[in-house]
Design a protein around this ligand. Structure first.
Ligand code: MN3
Length: 202
């Protein structure tokens, strides 16, 4: 049997309490060690199931397995980007610079307009989902994702993602998603977004 490579939780570049007061330690810990871990486990399990199917040539469960891989795989990838996109407020520069800033200004008119559109779009995602800054064919686009296993735009490379599922903010912000998204902007690791932007163009 060809064994799939095991997925694991990525290392966080900060401690659970270092995103405070913007995101509280309890939320980060729960979100990372329970929610994200569940995606990692689900993805590993589904990939093992697929390996077994290939070994036995029994594809009767393929619909279920592919759905599981889409759900848990997207969850694992999106959360890995999310953690990487964040940093303690004291270490954040607050705004992108260089090529990314230029690209944002070219596409959206100004950085402030980009922020307004990203916040507005993330606020209205129904139920569970994401606000996403992505590169599509070399161009920046703000996308929204409802249920990360559906409705994707193939080929889009996410470089900044804001988790707007309630588990990302409910402990501290309850139903005030707008306040959470405002706080999110105080802890964006723009160096990481810039690095992802440069890489997406290669
Ligand atoms: Mn989440």
């Amino acid at each position: 049997m060809i064994l799939p490579t095991k997925h694991t939780l990525p290392k966080l570049n900060y401690k659970f309490n270092e995103l405070e007061p913007h995101i509280d330690a309890g939320t980060v810990e729960l979100h990372y060690s329970k929610h994200h871990q569940a995606y990692v486990d689900g993805l590993n399990k589904a990939e093992e199931g697929l390996a077994k199917a290939r070994e036995t040539q029994d594809f009767s469960m393929i619909k279920h397995l592919k759905k599981e891989i889409a759900f848990h795989g997207s969850g694992h990838i999106m959360h890995s980007i999310y953690w990487d996109n964040l940093c303690p407020a004291s270490k954040c520069k607050g705004k992108p610079t260089g090529k990314l800033l230029k690209a944002i200004e070219t596409k959206f008119g100004s950085f402030d307009t980009f922020v307004k559109e990203f916040k507005a779009a993330s606020t209205v995602v129904e139920a569970s989902g994401w606000g996403v800054l992505a590169v599509v064919n070399g161009e920046l686009e703000i996308l929204t994702i409802e249920k990360h296993q559906n409705l994707t735009q193939m080929g889009a490379i996410p470089i900044l993602v804001c988790d707007v599922w309630e588990h990302a903010y409910y402990l501290k912000y309850q139903n005030k998603r707008v306040a959470y998204i405002d706080s999110f902007f105080n802890i964006i690791n723009w160096e990481n977004v810039e690095m992802r932007y440069e890489k997406s163009l290669k």
